[in-house]
Structures are given as C-alpha cells and as structure tokens.
Write a protein that binds this ligand. Structure first.
Ligand code: ME8
Length: 518
C-alpha cells in the first residue's frame, strides 16, 4: 500500500429526507477526487455518512409517528442504495448513531471539559432548526430570520455548556494568515473573517449542548444535556478513520487533506472545527473547499420550496455517467449554477453523444469495415498526425493542473479538446477515401491506429470522472480494464494486432423536445 496518504470527506448529510441532486453533486466530486488521487498513486480514504441527531431529525420522525432511529434507518438505507447505484467508491460510511462514534464524542467532550475549555452557562439567543445553528440578535436577518437559510428562528433560553471559542480567535486568524490555501475558494476567507470575527460581538463562545430535547449524544458528566449536533457531526470525520478504535489507522490518515462542503457550512469547518482540533491538540485539515450551490430556477433547492430534483429518475432515464458528467462539467465547482433539464440534455447530446460517442462508434466501425477489426500502425505518417499526437500527450498535464484546484469542469474541457481534435482528424484524413485506394492501405491503417490510440488516451483520462464509460470504450477498443494514469502520457502504447469489438452506442442522441414532453 502506498505511503502517500490522502484523506477526503463529504459533509455528513442529514437523513431528514432522501438526498437530492445537491448532495449527489458533492459526493460525485469527492468520488472523482478519490479515483484521481488513487490513480496518481495515493492511498486514499474517502469518508461519507449521516448526521442523525438533533432537533430537526427528532421532529421529522415525530411527523411520521416514528422513533428517530427507526426513521433514519430507512433513509440511510436509501442513501446507501443510491451510492451503490452511482458506484460511489467510499471507504467508510459513518453514522453519528454508531456506538463507536458516540463514544468518541463523549470522550472528546469530557477532554475539553477537563481542560477547562467547556463551562456551564445559560444560552439566550436564537436557534435555526433547519441549519441547527445558533445566532445572536445582531446576526439575524429581517423578521428574525436565519441569515443562512432565510427561515424563521426560535428564541431559545436554556441551560447550556459553552465551548471557549473566543479563546482561539487569534490562533485561528494566524492559521488563516499562515495557510492561505486552507480555505478555498480564497475569497471565502474574507467573508468568514468579516462576518464572524469582526462583527459587533466578535467571535463569541459557542453553546455546545442542548437541554430541551434528548435526541443526541448525552453529555457524559451531565446526562440531561445532549451534545450540540454540529460538534457530534464534525467528530464523525475522526471516528471514520478509527479515532477511538484504531490509533495506527487514525495517525495514518489524519489530518484530512480536504473536507469538501457546501458554501453554507464553511463556517462550521473553518472556525468551530479547527478551534476544537486546536483544543484537542490535533493537527488541522489542510483544506476546506466550499463548493457552490446548485440552484433550481435561481433558488436553492429545498423540500419546503418544492423545487427539489432527485437523482434516481435522471439516472434511470439517462444513466449514471450522464449525470456525473453533467454535474462535473456544467458547473464551476466554487460557484453557484442552475440545474435545468434542457441544459442537461443539450450537454448529453453535444459532448457525450456527438463528440465522444460518435468518435468511438465511427472509429470502431471503420476499423471493422476496412481492416477486419484489427488495429495496426503501418508507420506511414503525415504532418497532421504530429498535431494530434502532441495534443494527446499534453492533455494529462492540463488535467492535473486543473485538478490541483478541483476545477473538474476545466479538466473535462481539456479532455474534450482532444476528443474534438480527434473528430477533426477523421475529417482531415478522410479514411473512407483512403479505403478506396489500394496504395493507401498502409496510410489508412496508421490513421485508424491513431484514432484508436487517441481514444485509448481519452479512456484513461476520463476514468476518474466517468468510469463506466471509460471501461465501455476500452472494451470496444479490445483493451483490458486495468487503467493506469501514466499510460496517458505516451502516444503509441496500443499494441499492434489489437482486435476491436463493436458494441452498443454509448450515448444515444436524444430528441430534446420529445424528451421534455415525456
Ligand atoms: O449541512 N447544491 O447536512 P445537509 C449543492 N449535516 N450542494 C448541496 C445542495 C445544493 N442545492 N444542497 C445540499 C449538513 N448540498 C450537515 C453537515 S458536516 C460535519 C455536517 C450539499 O444534509 C452541500 O455539500 O444539509 C452541503 O454543504 C451539504 O449537501 C449539506 O447537507
């Protein structure tokens, strides 16, 4: 196993409802990072899971007349099934109701208390249940609404334990200063500092327990309190890699290389989380990447607004890779973008059916028709070959550069440049004309070889993004399923006498109008 470790996480999602396309978005991105890093020789650990405690879940279960655990068990089953259908290659699915996790949370709470970083007090302020977050009056929006989600908050007054967050203010600011790559995209850092460190009240101590409901991890030394759900949830990142059960594994993977989160929960990850880790004397994660939202009709998707899109029907109609490709290609990861089914179908038609699908099917058909399915480079080169070859071997560097900053869309665009260049190569070399001339047979074979070779390189480069398609292409090209990243750097690796196998059309073209009526 490689000694280059890489630990990456998605948020630990609330199983208050089935997950929608927004959750799918972040998970697909992290899955892609896992595959990409693994291909680059890292030993990657990928954690996802569910954040099952708190008032929101308790209320939701009540609505259905169920016990919270029974309610979330049902949703978690659906989530795991979704990740299976989508071939999400996570290493650990942590549930905040797992016994070992609850133990970790209690141990950590006790440690912080013993250290004097947690003290008892009384919380008077506002609480947003959907976000499970505390707000002061000065932070609220108009009409006492939550500044994050815009929904109404509740005035709360209860006995509570507090974490001395204010004590860590200077250390946090210094950490941001010394590690400019910690918060990405970088502009989010100023937003955080302005909103949470420089406001009227500065960085205040944080209420970290609740005493008015009991669906949570009990505070070990005062069981009428349950631990604040965000402390519980963030700790999942530690449990998943064996914090309390497997020290060796924990030391192997901690600190995390990157926590991927939506922009609305960056603050929990760059303020509360590092302060807790500092208090525990644990190293901090290298990076928190706050991605943008997928909007629907320019509004954030939410069940209460009735504008939620679920992944399952899309996958059923168009396949897993069409959805993965769209999510990773259409949106610039750090910014918001709008989901629109028409845009989805246009992308599918132009990039997947026309550019990639068409290139594969014409290449394999021509090799079948003109050379009995055998690929053979006869070495009859022309200038146009150099152009294709130079581009083909340069794409990998551009993909790597883009992936350093998690620019999935830029990486895919670089790969599609090669796909489109290869289609142009077909038009330039006109194999159907070469086929009519017996003297051009060798040139024809070289042209066909180059087409297949370019597709082989494409199959390697798309593997972390759309694995199923990569494997389908390789199968049609007569290649095995062992895909090595380094093989994308060299042109000419396809062995002579490889036999292609014509298969199904990988992405059938859609009649968009008919599809929309459907
Ligand atoms: O916040 N567009 O869980 P959650 C893009 N349990 N991404 C979206 C999205 C959208 N419209 N909607 C959701 C929680 N997401 C806490 C996390 S972590 C220790 C605890 C994604 O179920 C995005 O990544 O509300 C967002 O941050 C996450 O789902 C929120 O999931």
């Amino acid at each position: 196993m490689s000694n280059k470790k890489f630990y990456v996480t998605t948020p630990i999602y609330y199983p208050s409802d089935n997950l929608h396309i927004g959750h799918t978005y972040c998970t697909v991105a992290v899955d892609c990072v896992k595959r990409f890093k693994t291909m680059q020789g890292y030993d990657v650990f990928f954690t996802t899971g569910t954040d099952e405690h708190g008032q929101k879940i308790e209320d939701k279960a009540k609505e259905f007349g169920m016990e919270p655990k029974a309610y979330v068990d049902g949703i978690v089953k659906n989530i795991k099934k979704l990740w299976e259908i989508m071939d999400i290659d996570y290493d650990y699915f942590v549930r905040s109701t797992d016994e070992d996790h609850e133990k970790d949370v209690q141990e950590i709470f006790q440690k912080l208390y013993d250290k004097g970083d947690i003290y008892k007090g009384e919380y008077k302020g506002y609480y947003c249940k959907p976000c499970e977050s505390f707000w002061t009056e000065a932070q609220l929006g108009e009409g006492h609404t939550c500044p994050d989600c815009g929904r109404s908050t509740e005035l709360t007054n209860e006995e509570s334990y507090f974490f001395r967050l204010s004590k860590y203010k200077d250390r946090l600011l210094k950490y941001y200063e010394d590690h400019p790559e910690f918060i990405e995209p970088a502009f989010r850092k100023n937003e955080m500092v302005k909103n949470f460190f420089e406001g009227e009240s500065g960085l205040e101590d944080l209420s970290v327990s609740r005493s008015t409901f009991d669906w949570g991890v009990k505070v070990p030394f005062d069981p009428k309190h349950v631990v604040y759900v965000w402390i519980d949830a963030l700790t999942c990142y530690l449990t998943a890699i064996g914090y309390g059960t497997d020290k060796e594994k924990f030391n192997d993977y901690w600190p995390a290389d990157v926590h991927f989160v939506g922009k609305e929960i960056i603050r929990f990850h760059v303020i509360i989380w590092p302060a807790i880790l500092m208090a525990l004397d644990l190293p901090l994660p290298d990076k928190v990447f706050g991605h943008g939202w997928i909007l629907f009709d320019n509004d954030k998707m939410s069940k209460s607004k009735g504008n939620v899109i679920y992944p399952e029907p899309i996958i059923k109609l168009y396949g897993v890779d069409a959805l993965k490709y769209f999510l990773l290609r259409e949106f610039s990861f750090g910014s918001d973008g709008s989901f629109n089914i028409e845009k989805f179908m246009q992308r599918l038609n132009s990039d997947l059916a026309n550019d990639l699908g068409n290139l594969l099917s014409r290449t394999v058909s021509m090799i079948g028709k003109y050379n009995d399915g055998i690929i053979k480079d006869m070495g009859v080169r022309e200038e146009v070959d150099d152009d294709l070859e130079n581009l083909a071997v340069s794409v990998v560097d551009n993909v790597e550069k883009a992936m350093e900053h998690y620019e999935f869309s830029v990486a895919l665009e670089a790969i599609w440049k090669l796909i489109r260049r290869t289609n142009k190569y077909v038009d330039e070399t006109e194999p159907w004309k070469l086929a009519k001339d017996e003297d051009k047979k060798d040139r024809l074979n070289t042209v066909l070889y180059n087409l297949a070779e370019s597709l082989r390189i494409v199959s390697v480069l798309i593997y972390p993004f759309i694995k199923e398609t990569s494997l389908k292409i390789r199968e049609q090209l007569g290649l095995d399923s062992k895909v090595s990243w380094e093989d994308s750097r060299v042109f000419g690796l396809l062995p002579d006498d490889t036999k292609v196998r014509k298969g199904e059309v990988i992405f059938p073209r859609l009649d968009i109008e008919a599809e929309i009526e459907r």
